[in-house]
Design a protein around this ligand. Structure first.
Ligand SMILES: [Zn+2]
Ligand SMILES: [Zn+2]
Length: 132
């Protein structure tokens, strides 16, 4: 991965200021700065993507990056368990608060655990995910 500098080089800033009016220099420096941020974000995204796939294809857990996973899984047993648990805790607390357990925003339909919007997407989700 190409390293993208965190900040604009001071020499670059001085150079811009030297050759342009203050107003234009400010604009140029800001544009330069914004483009650096955008580049860095892009590079990070790319890096994370590569890391994710690398782990996936090496059969290494994408969460801890240490333990091997069984075929078809992306997380090791320990991490999968931890994820399940935290999800369960989240659902439980949402149940108590009487909000939709999926989005945590809307009130659930009467007698249901999720709102009408989530109920709809849940049907779609169930079709693809058979592990549940
Ligand atoms: Zn793991
Ligand atoms: Zn919902």
């Amino acid at each position: 991965m190409n390293k993208v500098p965190m900040e604009i080089n001071v020499d670059t800033v001085r150079d811009i200021r030297l050759h342009h009016s203050k107003e234009l220099a400010d604009k140029m420096i800001k544009a330069h700065h914004d483009s650096l941020i955008a580049q860095r974000k892009e590079a990070e995204k790319e890096f994370n993507k590569i890391l994710f796939f690398k782990k996936k294809y090496l059969n290494i857990c994408v969460s801890c990056g240490k333990r091997e996973v069984e075929d078809g899984n992306i997380r090791c047993k320990k991490c999968a368990e931890a994820q399940k648990k935290s999800k369960k805790n989240l659902y439980e607390s949402r149940k108590i608060l009487n909000i939709c357990i999926y989005c945590g925003k809307k009130k659930p339909k009467k007698g249901k655990l999720f709102c009408s919007k989530c109920a709809k997407s849940r049907i779609k989700y169930k079709k693809v995910d058979k592990s549940d």
